[in-house]
Design a protein around this ligand. Structure first.
Ligand code: HEM
Length: 425
């Protein structure tokens, strides 16, 4: 929420800087005094958790890169060397690998929170769109990172996914093949491919960090949505300063998240990975089942649900592209699903659909698994293209509270304890 700056530089240096580059004022206004709805739940801590994840990935990734050799003959061994010989190399690697899973877990919770509370609706469309761009970048980064150990799963995942571009041959003959060779840097997945994957894997997280900056900027203009979906009317009654109230809540949530993270790093570091990636890449032997990491499984199920190669690629990419249009596909007058008696059911059906697609993505593409994947893929798209627009029109939402204050202090008074102002230093 745009608000009047209350920052007052104290020293000669900060006064001097403030009239030249008011960066401290900017940080103070966005992290200290920023008015934040009083009624945010723990689901609103995931933005902070995600920022933590991004930092962990960047720091551990830079350390890993100091020991990694991006060459097909050395990549696998350089990682084994890091794991066995480099001080705390195992810790850096397991933190980075488990960190990727934790990052996706957090981002999916963050997105479903946004979907449930209608946080993508006006005036937060740009915030949402920037989020979808971040998701795209995260998917690309994680895919490229997974290729780097150059194990069997790395190599075959790269082979399967890069080959998808060849499906463009059925639109313009030769286009797909040319594109694939361009990506490979040759006529097969080889050293040039690994080099460019490494280069881009190092670059993209910094681009993600830049887009996250825009994402938070786009959040700070309209301010946070909240569980009621009702706009804040009276900042004094309904909002509190971000610091200390939400800094402490975010830090607590990050600590709890870090316990699960640490459990996986120290007790089950390979639980979420695939054992075949400890076999060095062998272009002459295809693994019996090529399965991506868990966070890609729903998209993989959609890819394989369509019998036609190009159709599968379009559906898989479309499953993410469609997210850009949600702000306009949802026709409901209210934001929060809590007040939507019909849509609520469809929301949970959609969650179930995503979980089912995740399950099916891990199964071989045969028999009833394929049929089930087709049914759930169909619902995935119907949810956005039919359910969202139609239910929004026909449903009568439950009465909304007249204000956020009413949900906090009760209908009668709207009064109650007043928020504490940030003490002037
Ligand atoms: C690196 C990944 C990301 C980071 C670091 C990040 C960071 C944040 C932060 C700090 C907030 C404010 C606190 C909160 O509401 O939790 C936020 C809000 C939000 N984010 Fe993200 N985000 C990321 C990815 C995404 C993605 C992938 C989407 C959706 C596709 C998304 C959609 C939103 C929305 C709609 C809000 C506003 C929520 C509300 O006020 O109700 N974000 N994000």
């Amino acid at each position: 929420m745009a608000h009047q700056s209350t920052y007052q530089p104290k020293t000669a240096f900060t006064r001097w800087l403030d009239t030249r580059l008011p960066i401290i004022r900017f940080m103070y206004d966005s992290i200290v005094t920023f008015p934040t709805p009083r009624n945010l739940t723990y689901l609103w801590t995931f933005g902070g958790i995600l920022t933590f994840c991004l930092l962990v990935q960047i720091v551990t990734g830079i350390i890993l890169a100091m020991h990694y050799a991006p060459h097909v003959d050395h990549a696998f061994n350089s990682i084994e060397h890091l794991m066995r010989d480099v001080n705390y190399g195992w810790l850096m690697r397991y933190t980075h690998a488990v960190g990727a899973s934790m990052f996706f877990l957090a981002v999916y919770i963050h997105m479903f929170r946004g979907l449930y509370y209608g946080s993508y609706k006006a005036p937060r469309e740009v915030l949402w769109i920037l989020g979808v761009i971040i998701l795209f970048l995260m998917i690309a980064t994680a895919f490229m990172g997974y290729s780097l150990p150059w194990g069997q799963m790395s190599f075959w995942a790269v082979t399967v996914i890069t080959n998808l571009f060849s499906s463009l041959d059925s639109i313009i003959p030769g286009l797909g093949t040319t594109l694939v060779q361009c990506i490979w840097g040759g006529f097969a997945v080889d050293n040039a491919t690994l080099n460019r994957l490494f280069s881009l894997h190092y670059l993209l997280p910094f681009i993600i960090a830049g887009v996250v900056g825009l994402h938070i900027w786009a959040l700070h203009v309209p301010g946070n949505n909240n569980p009621t979906g009702v706009d804040i009317k009276d900042v004094k009654k309904e909002a509190i300063p971000f610091h200390p109230y939400y800094t402490v809540k975010d830090v607590f949530a990050i600590a709890v998240f870090a316990v699960l993270f640490a459990y996986l790093v120290f007790y089950a570091p390979n639980y979420l990975g695939h054992a075949d990636n400890y076999i060095p890449a062998n272009p002459l032997q295809t693994p019996p089942h090529i399965v991506p990491e868990w966070y890609f499984l729903p998209f993989y199920a959609i890819l394989r649900a369509i019998p036609d190669k190009l159709g599968g690629v379009i559906a898989m990419v479309g499953a993410i592209v469609i997210l850009f249009f949600i702000p306009w596909l949802d026709t409901s007058r209210v934001r929060s699903t809590s007040y939507r008696p019909i849509y609520k059911w469809f929301f949970w059906l959609f969650v179930f659909t995503c979980l089912a697609l995740g399950y099916l993505g891990a199964k071989p593409a045969e028999g009833w698994y394929v049929v089930a994947s087709q049914v759930f893929t169909a619902y995935y798209f119907l949810h956005f293209l039919v359910v969202m627009p139609v239910v929004g029109i026909i449903e009568t939402p439950r009465p909304l509270p007249s204000s956020v204050a009413e949900t906090i202090y009760g209908r009668e008074t709207g009064a109650g304890p007043q928020p504490q102002a940030v003490p002037a230093e």
